[in-house]
Design a protein around this ligand. Sequence first.
Ligand SMILES: NC(=O)c1ccc[n+]([C@@H]2O[C@H](COP(=O)([O-])OP(=O)(O)OC[C@H]3O[C@@H](n4cnc5c(N)ncnc54)[C@H](O)[C@@H]3O)[C@@H](O)[C@H]2O)c1
Length: 198
Amino acid sequence: MRRLTVDLAGRPYDIHIGSGLLDRLAGFVRPLQPSRLLVVTDKRVGALYGARAAAALQPVASTGSFELAGGETGKDLRAVESVLDALLAAGADRRSVVVALGGGVVGDIAGFAAAVYMRGIRFVQVPTTLLAQVDSSVGGKTGVNHPRGKNLIGAFHQPAVVVADTDTLRTLPQRELSAGLAEVLKHGCSPMPGTSGR
Ligand SMILES: NC(=O)c1ccc[n+]([C@@H]2O[C@H](COP(=O)([O-])OP(=O)(O)OC[C@H]3O[C@@H](n4cnc5c(N)ncnc54)[C@H](O)[C@@H]3O)[C@@H](O)[C@H]2O)c1
């Protein structure tokens, strides 16, 4: 397992990357001392990993689950509202934590819901696509689409911790894997900050 620390002034957070981390989620989430947990996922990822994630987290705090339909077309304010409804129904308070289990779509919706619920509660990213593991789960950009454009509604909200279990990539369709690899190449070709690019 590798651990990277994002050194944000005042509030650093860790990114854990490795095999078999899904079943060890409790160890990464327990330090947050959450009052409750809500695992937000989509139908496909929920069917594959939802029960395992919830079972791993149950020893930490009472854990509920909520499934989004999934897909870019559902990345909208209605989806955010459905997560907020689920948080209210679960009795989530300011010490509750949202766990985003899935690709970039789930991370963006769940992260934005966490950013606005009770003016902001903590969230954990558990990215399951390559694109989400190398890009969208880190950096704190959350948000949804508007009929007038992509990612127009959102907020910066950093995750409390990121747990990237590389085993989950085994079930990823080839098309999604290629999208993630394209992102890896893009980053690899970008000049380092502060360099001239020559
Ligand atoms: N916030 C950011 O900084 C940032 C950066 C880049 C992209 N994004 C956003 O990310 C989104 C795209 O994310 P994505 O490419 O991860 O797509 P996605 O979240 O739609 O996932 C793609 C498909 O793969 C399925 N899936 C996910 N994990 C799986 C697994 N382990 N096994 C099998 N199936 C799995 C999902 O159910 C979905 O059907 C876009 O909305 C984009 O705007 C955000």
